[in-house]
Design a protein around this ligand. Structure first.
Ligand code: MN
Length: 497
């Protein structure tokens, strides 16, 4: 490994430098690109993957150096759009990321307040009180499809605090609505929305910062949800746990809020009490943007408004984005999902579930594969109990596939093999009807199933693809001799063992 491959990642630019040292993980283009529709269309073909309609593929992170209309800002997409790349950025083999995240949950490191010397994000300052201020001209927010309600900031880490409840960081859907206005979408129950509602009830503004271009540990830490990170839990402590050093916060310049000192770009602003806009008021498309299940979300008829007070950036800033659905979302949502499930199961039944994978097909949220280590007939039931616990830990999980120790949970063919030979639909499919899950799955609706009383309710299913313990001798896989293949095929550069 080169020096850079071992180099410590402490911010966005260090992450990019590290990727540049590893073949296949990073490309740049000087070809001019339109942020309105074209940029996402290019990356769909190069590296989106996940739930995006084919043709797509896994590929490198990509820097667009020449964004039409924005000579001073480059755009980077796909930083976390492969599990292998996230492994590199977190110094962990990709199949041990779950356990690495569990370690961070056990050893959180809270953020610290730093002085102005840590405010790289404030090297350049644009105030909304300036006559010519227009965020639409300063930052190339991409429009991902021609149906989008408008340009979106897709990786804006919103940071807000409540005087009694504490601080929260979460990525929210942010649509550009005007020269100094954004709309913000909150899925039901999100913690910053609770802060907002409490402020609104008192007629107060909620100060926020939107932080973009970050150490990926911060993004992944921020995607944890309750009960793993309950209301009032500052998820920046998970990022600190992943790096074993605190995230440095600085004072925003125009609002009473903190910002992430090393961010590329920070938007400062306030959520106004009682002010709402229709998300697609400027375009009337009826759609919001492509969401993680792979469909266009509906434009929301009434969303809170962020009044922007300032934009601060590093010199020559890089705007970080993602295309909506895809493998980047799988990393962002899935690693916290599987980390949370593993963390809880390891406490409840130590050693029984050795691996958890939040599969790409569910965008990192809908599908989890659990590898169970059955040692007795009683464990036939513990496997199903593990699935029930996982549903309790992560409410947006829809389907769970249980497999035995001899199955590679990262290999979809191997998972389906287990389903073909260790699963009988009448006895191994357990469906739990009418449970809350996620509004962005179009099958979770009363139109699809009249027995569901509202959108976002679903039948949660356990596919028990483990062999019954008492029949384990019948389910022993054919054992080939273990031979080192390298002398026979040196040209393939195989790994062994
Ligand atoms: Mn939270």
């Amino acid at each position: 490994m080169s020096n850079q491959e071992n180099a410590e990642v402490y911010d966005f630019r260090a992450a990019l430098e590290k990727l540049q040292s590893v073949p296949g993980q990073y490309i740049e283009t000087d070809h001019p690109v339109d942020p309105n529709g074209e940029l996402a269309g290019v990356y769909k073909r190069i590296g989106a993957g996940g739930t995006v309609q084919r043709p797509t593929r896994l590929g490198p992170a990509m820097m667009f150096n020449n964004v039409q209309g924005y000579p001073d800002v480059r755009v980077l997409v796909g930083l976390m759009a492969s599990r292998e790349r996230v492994g590199l950025l977190l110094d962990t083999p990709p199949h041990q990321l779950t356990q690495r995240i569990d370690e961070a949950l056990r050893n959180p490191v809270p953020p610290v307040n730093a002085g102005p010397e840590a405010a790289q994000c404030q090297e350049v300052v644009y105030r909304a009180t300036d006559a010519d201020f227009d965020l639409r001209k300063l930052l190339p927010a991409p429009t991902n499809t021609d149906e989008d309600a408008g340009p979106y900031f897709c990786l804006g880490l919103v940071l807000a605090s409540d005087p009694e409840l504490g601080t929260d960081v979460t990525i929210h859907r942010l649509c550009v609505q005007g020269r100094d206005e954004l709309s913000i979408f909150f899925a039901p129950g999100r913690h910053i929305d609770m802060f907002r509602q409490r402020a609104e009830a008192q007629g107060k503004k909620l100060s926020i910062t939107i932080n973009m271009g970050l150490d990926p540990a911060i993004h992944i830490g921020a995607c944890f949800e309750a009960p793993t990170t309950p209301l009032g839990y500052d998820e920046l402590a998970v990022a600190g746990g992943l790096r074993q050093q605190p995230v440095k916060l600085v004072d925003a310049l125009t609002v009473n809020a903190k910002a992430i000192g090393a961010a590329e770009i920070v938007i400062e602003g306030v959520i106004e009490p009682g002010q709402y806009v229709r998300e697609d008021q400027n375009t009337n498309t009826g759609h919001a943007m492509p969401e993680f299940p792979g469909y266009d979300g509906d434009a929301n008829p009434s969303l809170p408004v962020i009044k922007v007070t300032a934009i601060t950036t590093r010199k020559n800033p890089i705007l970080q984005t993602l295309v909506g659905p895809g493998e980047e979302h799988v990393s962002l949502a899935g690693l916290p999902t599987e980390g949370s499930i593993y963390h809880a199961l390891d406490k409840a039944m130590p050693g029984f579930v050795s691996e958890v994978y939040a599969h790409s097909a569910g965008g990192g949220k809908f599908l989890a594969i659990l590898k169970c280590n059955k040692k007795s007939a009683f464990d036939d039931g513990r496997a199903r109990q593990a699935a029930l616990l996982a549903f309790g830990i992560y409410s947006e999980l829809k389907n769970i596939i249980l497999v035995d120790e001899d199955v590679d949970i990262y290999d979809s063919d191997d998972i389906l093999w287990a389903m073909m030979t260790r699963f009988q639909g009448n006895r191994d499919l357990i469906a739990i009807p009418g449970v809350s899950c996620h509004v962005l799955d179009p099958s979770q609706s009363p139109e699809y199933d009249p027995s569901l009383s509202a959108k976002g309710l679903t039948s949660k299913s356990i596919f028990d693809c483990t062999a019954p313990f008492h029949l384990r001798d019948k389910f022993k896989r054919a054992q080939f001799r273990d031979v080192d293949p390298r002398p026979f095929a040196p040209q393939l550069n195989l790994d062994y063992p």
